[in-house]
Design a protein around this ligand. Structure first.
Ligand code: ADP
Ligand code: ASP
Ligand code: MG
Length: 404
């Protein structure tokens, strides 16, 4: 089938005039004789509003009810966009995730897609209708609504493009591609014409929210090529695919900042095998993903352990650890602090040395103190005080010559 999947994010559908603009764009594609599935997010701010209303009622709302609530945002947008398309004489039909047969596991607010049956999508497409699909949502085995984590409409689009074997998947957003750093933080950041899944994944998981991490993971696993481009211009965007030759020579291709992490410290951990394992077992049982980890050399039979978790999980993580320690698990919960994590990413690091020293020297020159360090094959991350985060990002970007 000659099919294009287009995804429009929150700012692209922020209000009625934006929704009309998207409808005109969709119509242009449909007029070329292509079948179109449009995946949309909630209008910008709507999901946050829904969450804050829930939190005003209860600090830890029930997971199932939370998904029921959060899924509302996307449902508003699909119907409005379908109406805007009707107003342009384009036959369109809105569909929820469950109507489209997006079946998931039962992990509320972080559900994984198990299968996409497509529901009646193919029937509508054969009748030449534009299908307007609610992003971010699916259905579990109990028939309950689930959501895919923040930014999860990206995943809906990529998974649907894979399931329907679409010719192209376009992620329309408020920037015209993937840049060497967030252009809002680093004004001289450069657009990257093409980037590998591998690097895009590291940038996304390090805080570049231009793409949801799990969406990139899915694309990599199922080899779904996609393009990130602007809703507000016609410029070519960034293609994300398996191999990108030109970037192999570059030491670093991008810098990311993650302002959404909390550093948790555990003191007085007994210096014996299994002590750290028990802490992380508690975290995994609580469903908290731990990122950077540092353990100090033990003194007097006691060690200190520091690790970072996403801010939204900090409360749950601390609560679970307090319970563990109260029940006799060795260790004490220390004070938690917010941090910013700056990461430099590039496949070129595999074959070059000196990246860490260049990065650390650049931070030292401007007096930024590093609180934690972690590395992988193609990434180096440091945790710094939140106040230093943006400056550290700009300095790292400049140190690797990434600016215009
Ligand atoms: P949408 O609502 O369309 O899903 P998002 O807000 O999730 O859009 O993502 C787009 C934003 O990602 C941009 O406005 C930009 O500030 C931010 N961003 C962060 N890192 C990058 C990067 N490396 N390149 C481009 N944009 C980035
Ligand atoms: N509306 C959801 C969010 O704000 C999903 C998305 O926009 O992709 O996270
Ligand atoms: Mg997004």
């Amino acid at each position: 089938m000659n099919l294009i999947v287009q995804k429009y994010g929150g700012t692209s559908v922020a209000d009625v005039s934006c929704i009309k603009r998207v409808a005109r764009r969709v119509k242009r594609t449909w007029n070329q004789g292509t079948k179109v599935v449009v995946v949309v997010s909630a209008r910008s701010g709507v999901t946050n509003d829904l969450i804050s209303r829930a939190n005003a009622i209860r600090k830890q709302p029930d997971d199932r009810e939370m998904d029921m609530l959060m899924a509302c945002g996307e449902q508003e947008t699909i119907s409005l966009l379908a109406m805007a398309l009707h107003a342009l004489s384009v036959p369109a039909v809105s569909m929820t995730g469950w109507q489209a047969g997006i079946l998931t596991d039962g992990n509320h607010s972080r559900a994984r897609i198990r299968e996409i049956t497509g529901g009646s999508i193919r029937k509508h497409l054969r009748k030449n209708k534009v299908v307007v699909l609610a992003g971010f949502q699916g259905l579990d085995d109990d028939g309950d609504l689930t959501t895919f984590g923040r930014g999860g409409s990206d995943l809906s689009a990529i998974a649907m493009a894979g399931a329907l074997n679409a010719k192209t998947c376009q992620i329309f957003t408020d920037v015209d591609g993937v840049y060497s750093a967030d252009p809002r933080t680093v004004p001289d950041a450069r657009k990257i014409p093409a980037i590998s899944y591998e690097e895009m994944l590291e940038l996304a998981s390090s805080g570049s929210k231009v793409m949801q991490t799990r969406a990139v993971e899915f694309a990599q696993k199922h080899n779904v090529v996609f393009e990130v481009r602007s809703t507000f211009s016609n410029k070519t965007g960034t293609t994300v695919k398996k191999k990108v030759k030109s970037l192999e020579d570059m030491l670093v291709s991008g810098v990311a900042i993650d302002n959404n992490q909390v550093r948790i410290s555990v003191t007085d951990l007994p210096d014996r095998p299994g002590a750290a394992a028990s802490v992380f077992k508690v975290m995994s049982e609580t469903g908290v993903v731990v990122d950077m980890i540092v353990q100090n050399v033990a003194r007097n039979g006691k060690a200190n352990l520091t690790f970072t978790v996403p801010s939204e999980d900090a409360f749950r993580a601390e609560k679970a650890l307090k319970e563990e320690f109260a029940n006799g698990g060795g260790g004490k919960l220390g004070r938690s602090t917010k941090i910013a994590k700056i990461s430099v990413v590039g496949v070129g690091m595999r074959s070059h040395s000196g990246v860490a020293s260049k990065f650390f020297e650049a931070l030292a020159e401007v007096g930024v103190n590093m609180l934690m360090i972690s590395t992988s094959e193609i990434k180096i991350s440091v945790a710094v005080n939140p106040d230093d985060g943006e400056m550290a990002t700009r300095v790292a970007h400049a140190a690797f010559g990434l600016g215009k």
